[in-house]
Design a binder for this molecule. Structure first.
Ligand SMILES: Cc1cc2nc3c(=O)[nH]c(=O)nc-3n(C[C@H](O)[C@H](O)[C@H](O)COP(=O)(O)OP(=O)(O)OC[C@H]3O[C@@H](n4cnc5c(N)ncnc54)[C@H](O)[C@@H]3O)c2cc1C
Length: 470
């Protein structure tokens, strides 16, 4: 029998994982990318931001903690050029590794803009054009990702107004930056630039930052950022931007913000840069989805749990579909799509999706928040543990956070775990595994955790779930 031909459009963490998986399962796979292998995640997302945050965190510790812990370092300071070089080197090494991964699996990698041209109904193949070349496929995987969502606010077209893409490649950290948006991306940039010496102001429409995360963790992070000098205007949004007066630098901006509660309550803030971090929107521009009649809703491609669209044989994954905009979700969806194309019956399960914020303290969560669990009708019990009394946290000085385990009072099963502090972004995988196996707080308690580690505090929080009320 002929090998199934699969064309994957977009080589981000969704597309390249899907391509490699489909090839390993025996398909003849073509992966098409118009910009750079690795997509948003590798080039202007997960990886470069974490390179910046790693340097920011180290600089911060050297400046504020080194002396206290008995380490003397003379005049620690930022070398922006070296940091930018390291960022570029990390990205290019990982890009080379990713290309090697797809090629070693036998995937054909094609550079160029893919346009779906239709379906040959007699031969039952999809056709995709890349410049002059045409590719035929028995199945398509759309993995075209997303782009920054820049609202139509007056002045957002001015030079000093940037998105996360540009914020990663500035000539130098600006003296001042206003960040519009209190989500994960906004908070990570706030943490990094505040550590680099930029005067950071955050304007967030909601009453608190990180609206979708555990509210207690959000407050812990906001307070830590305030300590670093970040100013927050909560319940405000940017109304307009104008070029600033002389003396603010060539791109100085005058930004008017207004209160959500009372539009007459306006404030003027001056900043050299305005970073728009108001979320991202799915990207399917010029792709030709109409040629096949693929259904979209508010720009997002609609799929079922098998990641298949309304057009049989056409699958979609990652940021361009209606799920979490996270790299690990895109990759998992890619695997699911590839397996189903090759005869499997796999469905996506989002229940164990970890969400992480790589700031200091780190935040991480998996499963439901208290509010979500109660909304779904669960009678909940919550166990907390403050890192202030965890040995390892005291040693590292990262001890202002907490661990929280939420469980169902009747079934005793864990519903959600939320962490602020310690290596939360690593530790969350233990909680995700517990959730995956339908674990209880007791399971976490009965797992022996090494001492001294921050992991012990997860078991402590779990032990408090059913102990709190005796
Ligand atoms: C600043 C920032 C930080 C982030 N940090 C994290 C993090 O720490 N952890 C995390 O999980 N997620 C993070 N994300 C989100 C993560 O980057 C995305 O969820 C992930 O990249 C989505 O993967 P994807 O494969 O769906 O799309 P993308 O990575 O966007 O890749 C899509 C690719 O498709 C290509 N493409 C589009 N149209 C066509 C076409 N017609 N023809 C050919 N190619 C095409 C694009 O050029 C692009 O390379 C971050 C995002 C940003 C912006």
């Amino acid at each position: 029998m002929d090998r199934k031909r699969v064309v994957v459009i977009g080589a981000g963490p969704g597309g390249y994982v899907a391509a490699a998986r489909a090839a390993r399962l025996g398909a003849a796979v073509t992966l098409i990318e118009k910009k750079a292998i690795g997509g948003t995640c590798l080039n202007v997302g997960c990886i470069p931001t974490k390179v910046l945050l790693h340097s920011a965190e180290l600089l911060n510790s050297l400046k504020s903690d080194a002396k206290r812990i008995g380490v003397l370092v003379d005049n620690p300071r930022l070398d922006w050029t070296a940091l930018m070089k390291r960022k570029a080197m990390t990205v290019s090494r990982l890009a080379a590794g990713t290309l090697e991964l797809v090629k070693s699996n036998g995937v054909e990698y094609v550079e160029g803009m893919a346009v779906i041209t239709g379906k040959d109904t007699t031969r039952r193949v999809f056709t995709v054009a890349v410049g002059e070349r045409t590719f035929e496929a028995d199945a398509l995987i759309i993995a075209t990702g997303s782009e920054p969502d820049v609202p139509d606010t007056p002045g957002f077209d001015l030079g000093g107004v940037i998105t996360s893409d540009e914020a990663l490649s500035l000539d130098a950290p600006p003296p001042s930056m206003l960040i519009s948006g209190g989500g994960v991306i906004g908070m990570e940039f706030a943490a990094a630039f505040a550590s680099f010496g930029t005067k950071v102001t955050v304007v967030v429409t909601s009453p608190e930052i990180l609206r979708s995360m555990d509210p207690e963790s959000a407050v812990i992070l906001r307070k830590a950022l305030e300590k670093k000098g970040v100013t927050f205007h909560r319940g405000y949004s940017v109304k307009s931007v104008a070029s600033g007066k002389e003396g603010l630098g060539k791109e100085g901006l005058e930004i008017i913000i207004e209160s959500a509660a009372d539009p007459k309550d306006e404030k003027k803030i001056e900043a050299e840069k305005l970073l728009v971090a108001k979320g991202r929107r799915p990207y399917t521009e010029g792709l030709g989805l109409d040629a096949l009649g693929v259904k979209t809703e508010r720009g997002r491609v609609v799929t079922d749990a098998h990641m298949e669209t309304n057009v049989p044989g056409v699958y979609a994954i990652g940021d361009c579909v209606n799920s979490y905009m996270l790299a690990h979700v895109a990759s998992k969806e890619g695997e699911v799509a590839a397996e189903n194309i090759l005869g499997g019956q796999t469905t996506m399960d989002y229940a164990t999706t970890p969400g992480c914020v790589y700031t200091s303290p780190e935040l991480a969560s998996v499963g439901m928040t208290e509010r979500e669990a109660e909304k779904k009708g669960h009678k909940i019990r919550v166990g907390r543990f403050a890192l202030a009394t965890n040995g390892k946290s005291m040693i590292t000085g990262d001890n202002s956070g907490m661990m929280k385990v939420i469980a169902d009072e009747d079934t005793k099963k864990i519903l959600g775990v939320h962490m602020a502090g310690g290596p939360a972004t690593e530790m969350i995988s233990e909680a995700a595994l517990a959730l995956h196996f339908g674990g209880t707080p007791e399971d976490l308690v009965n797992t022996i955790h090494a001492h001294p580690t921050v992991y012990e505090s997860l078991a402590e929080a779990a032990s408090n779930v059913f102990a709190e009320r005796g």
